[in-house]
Each structure stands twice: as C-alpha cells, then as structure tokens.
Design a protein around this ligand. Structure first.
Ligand code: ADP
Length: 817
C-alpha cells in the first residue's frame, strides 16, 4: 500500500462519514466503521449485500438513477435523502457518490460518502421554528427587531420595527439618519447609553421620543453589540417597542399627582380656572384650551367664558355663546367625553351648516376633545374644551388625562365656591361691623355737638349771679345728667372702636404721679360727698420724677373707671390707689402696677369671672341702684391688653374689691413737659404787648359760638367769629389775631383745609405762624394727628370745659407746647 493509499485508508477509518463502495451490481464492497455506526450493520453483515439493504423500499428508484448517473461518469453531490438503519429507523443523510475507475479508466463501481444529517436537520427545523415563534412574540408585544452593521452604518428592520420607526421596510437608512428622527435631547441620551453598552459589552435599554410627524411617540429600545475576534464592535442587534400608551399613562399619573395639590390649594376662583385650563391644554398637547364655566348671566343667558389658553380673548369672542351648537351641548349636559379626530368630518357634528357644527368664526379646530366638569353633587359645573388645527391629535390617553383633571377641578371648584361663600360672609359681617362703627361715630359726633352747648351753657349758668338755691339744684342736676350722658357716649364710642379694631394707641412721655394726682383731684368731690377717704401710695419715689412712655389719655381713662367704680360701689371706708413699679429683663422697660382697692360691696364669686365682659353687671339690681352700662371694665380690659398689659380682680362679697393693672412701659429718655404756668391761672392771662389778646373763633354752630364765646370772655379774651373756613382764612390775613380756635367739622371748607391755607399764606408772606387749636367733636383716634398734620398746634375735643380751654390757650400763648 503506497502512502497515499494508507493515508486514505486512515481517513476512511477515522472518518465521521460512512464511506461505502459498491460495484455496478449494487453489491457492497467496502464498509467503514462510521458506516457500521450510522447504519447499525457490521462490515461482515454488510459486505456483499445489495446496497438496497439500507434503502427504504419507496426510494429504490433513487438508487437506479444514481447508478445510471455513475455509469455515465457523473458525480452526485450532497444529495439529501432518507436511509434505513438495521433497527428499521429512518435517518436523514446527505450522500455524495463518485464513480470508481479501474486502471483502464473503466467504471467498475461507486464510492459513496454518507453523512447522518438527522441532527442537523432537526437543528435547522428548531431554529426556523424558534424564529417564527420569536417573530410572533415580537409582533404580539408590538415589538420589532433590527440590526446595525458598523461598517456600512446601515440599519435593517423587520417590518414591525420599520412600522414603529414609520420607515418603509425597504428604504435603506443609516444609524446616523435614524438619530435625526428622535427628539434631540433623547437621541443624545440614547447615544451615551449605546456607547457605554458597546464598551462594556452589555445590553443597553433606553426610552426615547420620536417626533417625526404629529404626535410624539415613545419608543423603548434594547440592543446588544456584536464583535469580531479582536473584540472590535462590528454591529448591533436589538428590539424596539412602541411604549407611547404606557408612557402616556405614566405621564397622566405623574401630571395628575403633580397638578392635584396645586389645584386643591387654589381657592381663588379665577386663578383656579386659569390654572386648570393652562395645565390641561399643555398636558393634552392641545393648541387651544378653554374652560367654559356654567354660570348664568344676569339676564338669564347661558354660559360665561371663564378661562382660555393658547388663544387670545378676541379669537374666542367670535364664538359667542356655544351652548346651542350640537358640538358643545352634550358636554354642557354632562353627557360624556367627546373625542374627535376631525371635527369637520364627523357626521354627527359636521353637517350642520357651513361651520361644521362649530359657531361662526370659530378657531381652526380639527382635532376636538371635550370633557364635562361635574361637581360632587352631580351639578354640571362646565366643560373643558380642547382643539388642534391638525386632525388626529388627541388620543384616548389625552381624554383620560382631561377627565382626571376635570374631576380634580370639580372638587377644587366646589371648595373654591365654599371658600368664596365664607369670604363673602366674612366680608359682609366686617362691612356690617364697619357700618355700625361708622354709625356710632357719626351719632356720637352729632350728640356731642349739642352736648357741648348743654355742658357749656350749664357751666356758664352755674357761674351766673344771683341764683336761687332751687335754680342751683336744677343746674347741678342738669350738669350731672349731661356728664352721665357724655360718659355713656364715650363708652359706646370706645366699644365701637374696639369692635371695629380701630383703637389707636399713642406713645407719649407722661408722669404717673401727675396722672394719679389729676385723678385724685377729679374724684375728690364725689369721695367727699359720700364721706369716704381716698388715699394714694407711690411705692417708688423714683416714679415721681420718672417719665414713662405710653398712652396717658387711655391709661387715665382706665384708672378713672376703676376709681369711679370703687367710689360707686363703696358706702363706707376708704379707697386706696397703690402705685409701684418693678424692673423687667429689659433695663429700658418697667412694669407699672396700679391697684385700686375699696372697702365696698364686693363681687360674688360666681360673677367675678364675667365681670370684664361687655354689658356685664354683677346682678340686675346694680343697674337700678348704681346705674352704669356694664361697659367700663370691658373697655378697660381691652385697652390694657392692647397696651401689652393685663388687669386682674380680687374681691370678697361685703369686704371689698381690688382691681390691679400690670403694664410694661418704656422709660422715656426725654425731659418732662413744662408745667403749665400756674401763675397765669391765678393772675389771668399774659397779654401781648398791645394790651389785648384777640382770638379768632371759627365755628358754624350758633349754640357753640355762644358757649365758646362766653368761655373766652370769662377768661378775659376778646374774640371775633368766622362762620366758615374760607372766612377764617381771610380774617387771619389781617394779622390781628393772637390765636385761632378752629372748629374742624364745618360745611364747605373744613377746619383742616382752612388751617393748611393759613399756613401756606404765612409761608408765602414770611409771617410768623399764628397758634391754631383745632376743635373736634369726634374724639376719635387720629384726630390729634390730623390737626397737627394740617399745621395746627393743638386740639381740644368737644364738649370741653372752660378750664380745659383756658389751659390749652395759655400753654400755646406762653409757647410751652
Ligand atoms: P358699670 O360700672 O357701668 O356697670 P363696669 O364694666 O365698670 O360697668 O362694671 C361692671 C360691673 O362690675 C358693675 O356693674 C359691678 O357689678 C361690678 N363692679 C365693678 N367694679 C366694682 C367694685 N369696685 N366693687 C363691686 N363691684 C364692682
């Protein structure tokens, strides 16, 4: 055997393929081990047998044709057929048959190489099957597959993927071109992910938006790189899926959960409607949005346009009232959501006349979406309407979104309505309270003006000589009644101010000891009349010198009220005023404590808690026996608390009561006010050098002219009367008056205007300013500021006593103010 033959024999022995020879009579002449393995016959069994041993009967004819081709010297290559094993099992084989020639070149037989391809075939079949199944699964999931070739940059799609990308399957597109179809920021993000995955040789998974035409669609893409032996990427394969619907659902939830708190927190009606319209328009991708609120106009007409988005009000003005049109009516009836791809083509809505169911002059709307807004009580509040000039712009998702927003809006509108009602109620209550206070202020002014005459003339009468004792008694009763009436008016005015929250407190330096002295001298007459004693004790001697900052008028009012009560409710014994002060943490502030103690009737335990309430008296007999309105303590408490302090009471029935005020007050860092010139009071006013003080009395009310005039005469001043502001301005120009007593409230030019004009004239003519005292009847907080603001020097409230007027005039003339 030459080496070639032995090499061949070795191949034959070692081959995986069955190598069989046969002669032209189809007898088997060689049979290698692989043939034994594949066909199950041993060489001994096979040799000499007809080759049909392994050919199933129905394929015998194949052998004939093979033999005939061999005889012609032809080769049969890779012929796929079926053969039968010894155990009867059919196997798929691939056979290559070549003729065998003898030395003379005559064909003596055939050699046959048979390969068992059963496994291969089943593998191929499985592959094909898997592929079909995969494709089915991909289609069912709305997925497509694609591959990318790095060398050519071309991307190949299966039909499903092509559809997702909205590309014709046969169009060649490069990876770079594909990127341009995506929303740029998403394309950039995806590129980074792909790059990362290719480097790490891992999968990537990204979501991006495609905005090729019309609506934005969301695509989810997954891919895996393919690499050459050197590890360089040669391409990618992957799948894509249209996830727009899922994404939109997600966005709806996100949008609603973001929007809901904002809507819920908005209680202002207009802002709420606008917010809902703007957000719903933006989220549905509409070009125009409108919220028609289901209100009835005053003349009973239908719907009022409330909020718009994406279009100007003028564009909507052409709409008119949309209620009657077929397209709007179902929404306003709260029937259902309407979603139309093209409103101009819709048979139900699109055939009513030249405007396709839309009102004349409507916006260029093709895509149309409308949802009713229905309140919890089932009332149709209105409708949310959306439009787009392109057809097919709204999806079911948009409708769901709009419905979600409408539901949220309905709840918030209900809340806003409730809120509006509450606010309106509150405003009405406040307006009523304001009106009441204004009424009280006006009334008290109206009462004070004639009261000024009563009180004034009473005191003038009392000074008249001669008077019989009867007449003195009458006058005295007249004066007490007038005083009681005045204090009642003052209390009512205070209560009105407290309720209207218009109490204004001043911060002026004042001396506590002086204040207590003034109160004591005021109380003394009554105290002595009742046979009581009034004692005051100033615990800290420094208090006598020190000035504190606060509202002396109001504090005096409170202490006077406590003292009056003490005197009123005490039949025997004494009334003590204790004044002390304690330092606080702040070196510039002290706590002033003033207690008014009496040995009077006391207050029952069960009444003491309510004693500071308005119109509260310890028992009903009090009013009959002692009079009073039950307002004093309530006013006192409010004033003291407004000043930052508090008021307390201790009392025992039949033993007595102690009312204490604790009030933190700043220490004034200014020198005390000059004492009024006491000398004047004894010696009469100092007259200017020409020998006579001339006063201009500006007053329009005749009885008050009489009162003030008599006061001035009694003090020793001469006076002229101006009956209007304008007249006063003219008279002052003469330059003969030392002081002006100016009524503030006058018809025509009022006192404030007149004072301003006087000051302006003086300035222009470089004259010295004449002192002006304003006379007001309001006694309202701010009166003083208004007078000073108009250029006056001081003010006095009606009704005033002669002594008060005298005091004010003297202070001013002596330049001590
Ligand atoms: P008025 O004194 O006008 O009735 P107040 O508000 O000042 O109103 O007082 C309310 C009530 O408190 C009085 O009617 C009286 O019953 C009781 N009261 C106040 N001060 C005293 C006091 N010093 N002794 C006993 N009772 C007092």
């Amino acid at each position: 055997m030459d080496h070639i033959s032995s090499y061949l024999a070795a191949i034959v022995q070692s081959s995986d393929d069955a190598i069989i020879s046969k002669n032209l009579n189809a007898r088997i002449t060689s049979w290698n081990p692989a043939a034994e393995r594949i066909f199950g016959y041993s060489a001994a069994e096979a040799l000499g047998q007809d080759i049909r041993l392994i050919i199933p009967p129905d394929r015998h004819s194949e052998e004939d044709s093979i033999i005939s081709r061999i005889k012609k010297g032809e080769k049969v290559e890779h012929f796929q057929t079926v053969r039968r094993r010894k155990d009867g099992k059919l196997i798929d084989i691939s056979i290559t048959v070549s003729p065998i020639f003898d030395e003379k070149g005559e064909i003596i037989g055939a050699s046959k190489i048979a390969r068992d391809v059963t496994e291969q075939i089943s593998k191929d079949e499985t592959l094909a099957d898997t592929k079909t199944r995969l494709e089915l699964a991909l289609t069912a999931a709305g997925m497509g597959d694609w591959s990318w070739d790095a060398e050519t940059d071309l991307v190949t799609f299966n039909p499903a993927a092509a559809k997702i990308f909205q590309i014709h399957p046969r169009i060649e597109i490069t990876w770079t071109e594909l990127q341009t179809l995506l929303v740029p920021e998403d394309a950039a993000r995806a590129a980074v992910e792909v790059e990362k995955a290719l480097k790490k040789r891992t999968h990537y998974s990204v979501q991006y938006r495609m905005a090729k035409e019309g609506r934005t669609r969301w695509i989810s893409a997954k891919g895996l790189g393919q690499y050459d032996e050197a590890g360089a990427p040669i391409g990618m394969v992957g799948v894509v899926q249209d996830v727009t619907a899922r994404k939109e659902q997600e966005l709806i939830l996100q949008a609603l959960s973001k929007l809901a708190p904002a809507i819920a927190a908005t209680l202002d009606f207009q802002t709420l409607l606008q917010l809902v319209t703007d957000e719903a328009t933006r989220l549905t991708g509409a070009a125009f949005g409108a919220f028609f609120y289901n209100a009835i106009t005053e003349d009973g007409k239908a719907y009022v346009l409330y909020a718009l988005s994406g279009a100007s009000r003028t564009a909507f003005e052409n709409l008119g009232m949309p209620r009657a049109t077929a397209i709007f009516a179902p929404t306003f009836r709260g029937e259902r959501t309407i979603l139309l791809d093209d409103v101009t083509k819709d048979p139900q809505y699109g055939q009513s006349g030249p405007h396709f169911g839309m009102p004349k002059g409507h916006l260029p709307v093709r895509s149309y979406l409308a949802v009713p807004v229905i309140s919890r009580s089932g009332e149709v509040i209105g409708g949310l309407f959306f439009g787009h000039p392109k057809p097919g712009m709204f999806t079911k998702t948009d409708a769901t979104l709009a419905e979600g927003i409408a539901a949220q809006a309905a709840i918030s509108i209900d809340n806003a309505r409730l809120y509006e009602e509450v606010v309106k109620g509150k405003e009405a209550a406040e307006a009523a309270s304001r009106a009441k206070s204004e009424f009280l202020a006006t009334m008290s002014h109206e009462i004070r003006t004639p009261m000024n005459a009563v009180v004034g003339l009473g005191s003038i009468l009392a000074m008249t000589e001669p008077l019989t004792s009867k007449q003195r008694e009458y006058i005295s009763t007249l004066q007490t009644s007038a005083d009681t009436l005045l204090s009642l008016i003052n209390d009512l005015l205070d209560i009105a101010k407290i309720e209207a929250r218009t109490v204004e407190l001043e911060e002026l330096p004042f001396s506590v000891s002086e204040m207590i002295q003034e109160i004591i001298s005021m109380m003394n007459v009554r105290v002595q009349e009742k046979g009581l004693r009034l004692i005051s004790s100033l615990e800290t001697s420094s208090l006598q010198k020190k000035l504190l900052l606060g509202d002396p008028t109001r504090l005096k009012q409170v202490i006077t009220n406590l003292c009056s009560n003490a005197v009123k409710f005490t039949e025997r014994g004494c009334i003590t005023i204790h004044v002390s002060s304690r330092p606080t943490d702040n070196p510039l502030t002290e706590t002033l404590e003033i207690c008014v103690q009496d040995t009077g009737i006391g207050i029952a335990r069960d009444k003491i808690d309510n004693i500071f309430e308005k119109f509260m008296q310890a028992d009903s007999s009090i009013n009959r026996k002692y009079g009073g309105s039950g307002l004093g303590l309530s006013i006192s408490k409010t004033l003291i608390e407004a000043m930052g302090g508090h008021i307390t009471v201790k009392s025992e029935l039949g033993v007595g009561s102690t009312f204490c005020i604790q009030l933190p007050l700043k220490i004034a860092l200014v020198s005390p006010q000059k004492e009024p010139d006491k000398a004047f009071l004894e010696d009469g006013p100092k007259r200017p050098s020409d020998g006579g003080t001339r006063i201009l009395l500006v007053e329009d009310h005749e009885p008050n002219i009489l009162v003030a005039g008599t006061f001035l005469e009694n003090i020793g001043f001469s006076y002229d009367v101006a009956r209007s502001g304008a007249q006063a301005v003219e008279m002052v120009k003469k330059g003969i008056y030392d002081l002006v007593l100016m009524d503030v409230q006058m018809p025509g030019m009022n006192g404030l205007e007149a004072a301003s004009l006087i000051r302006a004239n003086e300035k222009r003519e470089s004259k010295l300013p004449v002192p002006i005292i304003g006379v007001t009847a309001h006694a309202m907080a701010g009166d003083r500021e208004r007078c000073i603001g108009a250029g006056m020097d001081d003010y006095i409230a009606k009704p005033f006593k002669g002594i008060e007027l005298q005091d004010k005039i003297v202070r001013l003339l002596n330049g001590s103010f």
